[in-house]
Structure formats: C-alpha cells, structure tokens
Write a new protein. Sequence first.
Length: 125
Amino acid sequence: MKLWLCVAALGMLGAGSSPSFAQDDPAKLFAKQCGICHGDPNIADSKSRLGPDLHGLSGRTAGTSDFARYSPAMKRSDIVWSNKTLDMFLAAPRTTVRGTIMAYPGLKDDSARKRLVRYILSASE
C-alpha cells in the first residue's frame, strides 16, 4: 500500500504550481490533477484506480461510499462535500484531514481549484 502512495506522490510532484492550469478546461484539469487516482465523475461507477468514485460526491459524507480503502482519518472527518469543503480539501488535503492517505499535495492556484471543484461537484449531480 505504501508503494502506491509513493508512486502517486512522485507523479504529483509540482502538480500545484504549473501556470498552465489557467488555460486548462475543467475536464483536462481533472485528468491532470485527479485522473491518476480517480475515475471520471461524469460516469457513475467509473472504474476508479486508487481512490474512490467521485460520481455523486456533492452532499455525500466523506468516507462513506463503498470504497474499501478510506483512511480512518477520512472516515472520522464528518466532512460533507460541498463547494466550500472540497475547495478547502483540495487546497491542502493533509492539513484539512490530518492522517489522510491521499498523496495529492494540493492545488494552490485558486482559480484552477475552483474550476476543478465546480467540475467535480456539477458532474456528480
């Protein structure tokens, strides 16, 4: 399990700092930022890779889908996914949920992150 975390982390090095995010459409941004671990949120029951299915995320409590590998920290977080909570989490996952196993370092570009949040949540409605 630690191996896939290392691989995912290495793949995401510098992910939050690329200036090209301002030019990306939301689907491309999702593919770059999230697609390595999560399936397309536009597809119900998409084959997620390392992370949970994001379809239907809006209004769902963190750690409650049928995904088998949630961290204890995520299960205890009591976060209900909304624009505000997802934006905060994607800005700094390991600060927002201390003990999360998600290797993503966070997306620092506010504009890109807000587009990404809208894409994920609107695709899952």
